[in-house]
Design a protein around this ligand. Structure first.
Ligand code: ADP
Ligand code: MG
Length: 379
């Protein structure tokens, strides 16, 4: 057990690291952040921040020598440098988990190999005939680069000849996966924590609404039949065991019209769709991640109230065309007795950039969603 008072190193310095640092510091840990860019959201609230490249093994080695355990909050960290620190300090989840999850091709191949339900896909190597591969899968489909995708970046939906040409122009020289377009009923996510002792806890399943590929609303509890919830939880537990995760694993799912659950993506870290847990759960996902990587007993994951989380993008600020002309109407959220505002301290709002979120609670998930939409409109 890594006792409170010890030092946790975090690779990555964004908002997930910031909220992780808050949770760790409440339990008496010191947090050190390793992040290439200065002045990030996490470094600002942590005991120490090192700004070096992820591939600088010397700097990374010096960083981990001061830590008692290391984790990460960002998926696109190269794994090779992590091999070199493996014997210096416990790293959770293990780098092999990161390696599987950070590349769509490896992730989807892993799901297929282990018999987990996933979105059917075709693999395309750099230089292969992408147009022919797209035609083989059939339209509509989604072309996604194997590496570095997030918030809809690195993917194009192909539904006609024009979008096919666009996808070929953008991605022909990269490794890609082509997925069937799934006309899903809704999107769900399940977050599972597994401690170094093997103890596991599953957070209540969330229902997620994306707008332009970016998470917009997370609704808890998900408005799906109990059987779907139970199956999603079982699937989550099975994946976490098979991947041998210590820490948190977020699993994004599609629920199809036929009631099938398909895995879309895996993320070995706290996840945007779990932010509601800060305000509406006995234990937040961030605290759970601290507990899991430090070998503490895991916390209770009971829902305290139905709730909805709303992402706040830079778009919420006042813009005239491309020009920023004013702040968002924070008072609309702050004045409401059932709303909680979280801002990440990012210096510069930009369109499409995640700047914060707010959570509302209500008697039912539907009522929470109505209130969330109302407050979002007033923001
Ligand atoms: N095969 C698909 N069929 C239908 N919608 C999809 C498909 N793949 C992705 N999407 C939509 O795009 C969103 C983002 O895609 P995702 O694969 O999760 O990538 P990322 O979150 O890394 O950008 C999904 O949450 C979903 O709304
Ligand atoms: Mg996703």
């Amino acid at each position: 057990m890594i006792q409170p008072g010890k030092t946790i190193g975090v690779l990555g310095g964004g908002q997930l690291g910031r909220m992780f640092a808050h949770a760790a510091e409440r339990l008496g840990y010191r947090v050190h952040i390793y992040e290439p860019m200065a002045d990030g959201p996490a470094g600002e609230v942590s005991a120490r921040e090192v700004n070096q490249s992820y591939t600088n093994v010397e700097a990374l080695t010096a960083f981990v020598r001061d830590c008692d355990v290391v984790t990460y909050e960002f998926e696109n960290i190269p794994v090779e440098p992590l091999w070199k620190i493996e014997n210096l300090v416990p790293l959770h989840p293990h780098w092999s988990v990161l390696e599987t999850c950070q590349n769509r091709m490896r992730e989807k191949t892993w799901l297929r190999k282990n018999g987990f339900p996933h979105v059917p896909f075709a693999e395309v190597e750099a230089g292969d005939d992408l147009a022919a591969a797209i035609r083989r899968v059939g339209l509509p489909c989604v072309v996604k680069t194997a590496d570095f995708g997030y918030d809809g970046k690195g993917q194009i939906k192909v539904s006609d000849e024009a979008s096919l040409a666009k996808a070929v122009a953008a991605f022909a020289r990269q490794r890609c996966v082509i997925e069937k377009f799934i006309d899903f009923k809704c999107e769900l996510s399940v977050l599972v924590a597994r401690g170094s002792t093997g103890e596991v806890k599953v957070f209540p399943v969330a229902e997620n609404i994306h707008t332009r590929h970016i998470l917009d609303f997370s609704i808890v509890p998900a408005r799906v039949p109990d059987a779907v919830r139970t199956e999603a939880e079982k699937l989550g537990l099975a994946i976490v065991e098979k991947l041998n995760v210590v820490g948190l694993l977020a699993i994004e799912l599609f629920l199809t019209d036929r009631g099938e659950i398909l895995v879309n993506e895996l993320a070995p870290r706290p996840h945007n769709s779990g932010h509601w847990s800060l305000d509406a759960c006995a234990t937040s996902q961030f605290e759970q991640h601290v507990r899991a990587v430090c070998g503490l007993p895991l916390g209770d994951v009971s829902i305290l109230s139905p709730s909805v989380m709303v992402n706040i993008l830079g778009d919420a600020w006042k813009w005239q065309g491309e020009e920023l002309v004013g702040d968002a109407n924070w008072a609309a959220i702050l004045a409401h007795p059932r709303a909680k505002l979280h801002l990440y301290g990012k210096k510069e709002p930009r369109l499409g950039r995640k700047m914060g979120h707010f959570t509302v609670t209500a008697a039912t998930a539907d009522a929470a969603l109505d209130l969330a939409r109302e407050l979002k409109a007033r923001l």
